[in-house]
Ligand binder design. Structure first.
Ligand SMILES: Nc1ccn([C@@H]2O[C@H](COP(=O)(O)OP(=O)(O)OP(=O)(O)O)[C@@H](O)[C@H]2O)c(=O)n1
Ligand SMILES: C[C@](O)(CO)[C@H](O)COP(=O)(O)O
Length: 231
């Protein structure tokens, strides 16, 4: 199932506490964003990439695409104040008549082609499908510093990207969110508000988002594990 992907890459990475956009940090020899882009570059089903960036970083991104021979970037979009705005800006740059669009965080470099394929298959039949893993921790609800209850985790999922959609489903959800000034932390929360069902596609725990500094240690360990399994 062919698709386009919108990659929001215009964040500031405040929680990473680096001196620059965390996607431009080096991870085992190449920038984080290149690890992410390389997965889509290599996937024959990916027809093109829209990269949503801060305009001040455009030259740097363009140079990286040349250096690492990333050829599928179809357009740059202008990132916005919040992630949701960056994604909407990216959607507006898609070519016409794209049936399936994925949204994937630039900060999740370990997505696999297998998960992408299951997401696009599900989205093409249902309209909306998201990568997620089951919650492993015991979850407590807390009031102040006191536990008020232990939450039943059997139906709790930790949501990731990619999130895959029939393009019209996501565009109308974004329009509704904009009209109603709703801000969500992921795309599926916008789609849920339209009443459209969202399917879970089980992903894997390696598909981490690089959010805080210790995530870089986990990332190096994941790369080492993958390198070992290739030997
Ligand atoms: N205004 C924004 C905010 C985030 N993102 C992108 O959305 C993805 C996930 O966001 P997050 O991990 O929250 O990144 P940052 O916003 O950079 O981090 P922080 O919230 O710690 O500042 C990242 O690829 C980030 O570049 C974006 O394109 N535009
Ligand atoms: C979209 C996302 O990656 C799903 O886990 C996430 O919500 C991004 O934003 P966050 O602020 O780091 O939760």
């Amino acid at each position: 199932m062919n698709y386009f992907v919108v990659i929001p890459a215009a964040g500031k990475g405040k929680r990473m506490r680096a001196d620059r956009n965390k996607l431009l940090l080096e991870l085992e020899g190449k920038p984080v964003i290149i690890h992410t882009l390389a997965v889509f570059e290599a996937d024959p089903s990916c027809e093109g990439i829209v990269l949503s960036i801060h305009p001040d970083e455009r030259f740097e991104f363009e140079q990286l695409l040349l250096t690492y021979n990333i050829q599928k970037v179809y357009a740059f979009a202008t990132g916005g104040k919040e992630r949701q705005h960056s994604v909407y800006s990216g959607l507006k740059m898609l070519p016409p008549e794209i049936d399936i669009v994925l949204v994937h965080d630039g900060a999740r470099p370990f997505i696999t082609p297998e998960t992408i394929a299951r997401l696009t298959k599900s989205a093409s039949s249902t309209g909306a499908a998201i990568a997620a893993v089951q919650v492993k921790d015991t979850i407590k609800q807390v009031e102040g510093d006191t536990v008020s209850q232990t939450v039943d985790r059997s139906n709790l999922w930790s949501v990731q990207t990619p999130q895959a959609f029939q393009t019209a489903v996501l565009v109308s959800a974004q329009q509704k969110a904009e009209e109603e000034q709703f801000l969500g932390t992921d795309e599926s929360s916008l789609v849920e508000r339209t009443g459209h069902p969202v399917q879970i596609v089980e992903s894997d725990y390696d598909n981490i988002k690089l959010t805080t500094p210790e995530d870089l240690y986990f990332a190096r360990a994941i790369i080492a594990k993958r390198n070992e399994s290739q030997v």
